[in-house]
Each structure stands twice: as C-alpha cells, then as structure tokens.
Design a binder for this molecule. Sequence first.
Ligand code: GTP
Ligand code: MG
Length: 266
Amino acid sequence: MTHKECFSHEKHDIYSNFKKFEMFSVIYAPPDTPCIVRCDGRNFHRLTDEVGFSKPYDLKFMKIMVESAKAVFKEGFNPILAYIFSDEINFLFRDLPFNRRVEKIDSILASIVSSAFSLKLLESMSIRKIISFDARIVPLPEELVPAYFIWRQSECWRNLLNSYAFYSLLKLGYSKRKAANTLKGMKSDKLHEIIFKTSGINPARTPLWQRRGVMLHYVKVIRRALDKRTGEEVLCTRKVLVENWNVPLFSSEPGRKFLEKIIRIL
Ligand SMILES: Nc1nc2c(ncn2[C@@H]2O[C@H](COP(=O)(O)OP(=O)(O)OP(=O)(O)O)[C@@H](O)[C@H]2O)c(=O)[nH]1
Ligand SMILES: [Mg+2]
C-alpha cells in the first residue's frame, strides 16, 4: 500500500489499514507440539552485582527466581512444569495460551516474570529495580522433551564449574579478564582441580539446587472429600504444584523416570 493509497480513503479505512503492518502478529507456534518457553534475565550479571547477591550463588536470588516462575502458574497459565537455574526459567507447555500466538506468549510471559521478580526484590530486600526477561519459544517433538531438560541441566552444571572456578581465580588475585580468558574452553576435570586447590570446595558437594537446578512440577495427592449427592466421604485425586529443590540427575535412570512421570502427570 502506497502512502497516497493509504491516505486517500475515508478516515476509518485509513485506521483499519494499519492492521496490515502488524505482520508478526500472525506467527503461530505449531499445533499439537510440546513447546518450551525459556525466559532469561537481561543483564543479570550487572544486576546481581548492583544488588549485592552473594557470588557465585545466592539462595535469596534463587528463591526470587522460583517465586517469579510461580507467578506464571498463579496468573492462570498452565505450564506442565518450570525448570529453573541461574537466571533462566524453562516452562514446558503442551497447550500454549493465546491460540499459540508467538508475540503474545513471549511478551506476556516475559512481562509476568519480570514484574514478579521486581516486586519480590522490593518486598524481600527493599530494592527498587526495573527488571527485564526475554523469552523464546522452542517447539520440540514429544520424544525430545526429556533430552531438552538433560541438556539444560548439563548447562547448569557447566555453569557451576565455570562460576566457582572464576571466583576461585579472582581470590588468587586474577583480574576478571584474565580469569575469563584462563577458563575459556577449559575441560571439566581441570575446572574441578582449580576450584578444589584454590577454594577447598568440592563441586560435587555443593548444594543440590546449585548443581541441578530447581523444578516446579505437579504431584498427584489423594484427598478425602465429601460427596455432595450422597453425603458420604470419598477419596479423590488432585494435582498440587510443588517446589522441588532436590531433583535427580536427569541423565541418570532415576532422573529419566522422574522426568517421564512429571511430564505426563497432567
Ligand atoms: N551473584 C549471583 N549472580 C548470579 C546468580 N545466579 C545467576 N547470576 C548471574 O546471572 C548471570 C546469568 O548469565 P547470563 O544470562 O549469561 O548473563 P546476563 O548478564 O544476564 O546477560 P544476558 O542474558 O545476555 O542479558 C550470571 O553470569 C551471574 O552473573 C547468583 O545466585 N548469585
Ligand atoms: Mg541473562
């Protein structure tokens, strides 16, 4: 549509023509496909510095991340689970909201997580900050869903080795730049060695949530309830959202079984 065409119509036509420019609003995630929505904190390296969270890990920070992920469930969306580590949250959906519209899903979920994080920071630490998360959608074939979480958990572990090693080198007097350059491409066993030798920390004995991340997922519970028709007590199953800070290693046999179970519980 040319500029002339656009402005040669009646006023209401001009305005309705602008809808045509909203070209990304017609991008949809594929139907009948499990999708991950991954949110990641923007500039959290700087933010965590400014707030003064303990390095490399801070339980307060993780608790705020977990609460921010919970906000998505509380706002009426229905992820099957949320897997959290560092500054990222992976929501697994079988039925995406907003008719699977990518723009809507990405923007709304990222804004819920961002505002929840900002409010929690204010409530728990009296710190006022504008927080932003990005979001992306990752459609996956059903059979690759467990592998996705195995991949993210291995990233969580790699992150742990890198960050403990980085702060160990800083303690030795390295500059940030020198420490980062030294660690580039370093193998896991070497990172282990640096951490143990310089800080006396055994990475395999760090808290589980640091090594493996935290999962929000549903469990089935059996509850007693009153049958309104008969007045008799009956047993019924309900699903309850739980915070799991002791998740197994997803690539192990118990880990795979755990994933299979929580992915299929709904
Ligand atoms: N102090 C502290 N920092 C943390 C903790 N967890 C995550 N972070 C910080 O969050 C960063 C997350 O990594 P990235 O997402 O790659 O870095 P970013 O600065 O957010 O960069 P972008 O995502 O590209 O905007 C880490 O580098 C850490 O600096 C924590 O428990 N304590
Ligand atoms: Mg980030």
